[in-house]
Design a protein around this ligand. Structure first.
Ligand SMILES: Cc1ncc(COP(=O)(O)O)c(C=O)c1O
Length: 468
């Protein structure tokens, strides 16, 4: 352990402090009732300013982020977030806003919402957006509430089922259940796309709609989307588009033109605002013209959503413009296909063909299993990548494959970075074939080695414990 890896409480020395204020600068707190007065000094660490700076700087370096390295976390679109977005969000006129300010002082913010509404409508083919939802899953819930409201407004009360493909992101069935809808699963074909023949008998007059993401969570474009949209509409249902996978489509294809009626976008992914660790996010929901009357009926958050995230996304759209937004998807698709083709002789590729912005391997072709030594798993590969300075891809999702390893490079990585990643992935495959134990014990070079994940989940230690 390095000296500065110590916890801040362990650096504490009686009487040491990081500031000096003039004596008697503040009036005594004599008027406070005795019962409210502190009886013993607050147990804060007593440390100098350099101790504090070094402690937090070292802590920050133990973390991994897009600003420190390649982060190919499938389904999460961990693209680089341009710093110009931060500068725009930090402008005094925006930063000092409060939602209760009078309308005459918030005209600029209203203009941003108005312009974003227009921009997102142009990008997606939707008619109108609400910016209230604060995450992708929150957008899903909002969209499904709108779907229900649409049927209720038409007096069609028995539509309480929503169809979700077996490849769907976990939040889709979860949002449907939270919305009080019954989830009906539709199977995928061996080529990873929705089985249209299996869908047909599910389309009864109890179906409110279908939730889909396209490209789906395998990174594959649902080529039958035109037929699916026609079938769902003919059965009286609506189509919901999970726009978390919008990155490869921007400026190329619009969900509205594919037949979708409602959708959310993950501004914190596709539109380049920092995310991870649970937020902040923004999941604006767009609707087709026929649903616009339902919008005011649904209130999902106080005020107007996460304005700072919307602002960053607005700066991103303006900085790129129409021409370069289109290139985002093209480069993201190129990068993903380049990695897939460069590694498919050492990692199992369950579905051949061109992918969109991400793809899924099903573990190693040669996992090195021999005698009593178990082979290297997807978890082992992910942990070993950390040793080489790369963030791990998403693992064990989607659930369609046992050893799923889902890679999404995004458009913001250089060819050199991608080549370095490919080289390391090949090196790990060679290590596994030679001696899988190197991988079983990984990571070896990170501040924390492999934790016992069962104990960590069942018996978490969430706060500082003296002598722990
Ligand atoms: C396909 C898909 N749908 C929905 C979501 C949910 O978005 P959020 O994490 O913002 O709630 C994600 C998040 O990664 C996703 O990948």
């Amino acid at each position: 352990m390095k000296y500065y890896d110590k916890l801040i409480f362990e650096c504490s020395r009686e009487g040491r402090c990081g500031y000096s204020l003039p004596r008697n600068a503040f009036p005594a707190a004599g008027e406070l009732p005795a019962a409210l007065r502190r009886q013993a000094p607050l147990a804060l660490p007593q440390v100098s300013e350099p101790d504090v700076v070094r402690h937090y700087t070292n802590l920050s370096q133990m973390n991994f982020g897009v600003d420190t390295g390649f982060y190919p976390l499938g389904s999460c679109t961990m693209k680089y977030n341009p710093k110009i977005n931060e500068e725009m969000a930090a402008l005094q006129g925006f930063q000092g806003l409060h939602p209760l300010m009078p309308a005459r002082l918030t005209e600029g913010a209203c203009k941003v919402y108005e312009e974003m509404d227009k921009a997102l409508a142009a990008i997606t083919g939707m008619y109108k957006f609400t910016f209230a939802p604060c995450a992708g899953a929150h957008g899903e819930l909002t969209g499904l509430m709108l779907m229900r409201q649409y049927h209720i407004n038409r007096g069609d009360l028995k539509r309480t089922k929503v169809i979700v493909p077996d490849s769907a992101h976990g939040t889709n069935p979860a949002s449907a259940a939270v919305c009080g809808l019954e989830v009906v699963e539709v199977k995928s074909l061996a080529n990873g796309r929705i089985d249209v023949e299996a869908l047909k008998p599910l389309l009864t007059d109890e179906v409110a709609g279908i939730m889909m993401t396209n490209p789906n969570t395998l990174g594959l474009f649902e080529t039958e989307i035109g037929t699916i949209a026609a079938l769902v509409h003919a059965a009286g249902g609506l189509l919901y588009y999970d726009g978390a996978n919008m990155n490869p489509l921007m400026g190329v294809v619009r969900p509205g033109d594919m037949g979708f009626d409602i959708m959310h976008l993950n501004l914190h992914k596709t539109f380049s605002t920092p995310h991870g660790g649970g937020g902040p996010g923004s999941g604006p929901v767009g609707v087709a013209r026929k649903l616009v009357d339902c919008l005011p009926a649904i209130r999902v958050s106080a005020f107007h959503g996460n304005f700072g995230v919307i602002l960053r996304a607005y700066a991103y759209i303006l900085a790129l413009g129409q021409e370069h937004l289109r290139k985002v998807g093209q480069y993201a698709v190129l990068s993903a296909n380049y990695i897939k083709e460069s590694l498919k002789d050492v990692y199992k590729l369950p579905i051949e063909g061109v992918c969109k912005h991400e793809f899924v391997f099903d573990g190693l072709i040669n996992d090195g299993a021999h005698d009593d030594v178990p082979g290297a798993t997807t978890l082992d590969v992910a942990k070993r990548l950390l040793d080489y300075g790369f963030h791990a891809p998403t693992i064990y999702f989607p659930l369609l494959f046992h050893q799923a390893l889902m890679i999404e490079p995004t458009e913001t990585e250089s060819k050199e970075t991608i080549d370095a990643f490919i080289e390391v992935m090949r090196k790990i495959a060679a290590e596994a074939a030679q001696d899988p134990n190197i991988l079983h014990d990984a990571p070896h070079n990170t501040p924390i080695s492999r934790p016992d994940e069962t104990t960590a989940a069942r018996n978490p230690i969430l706060k500082y414990q003296e002598n722990s």
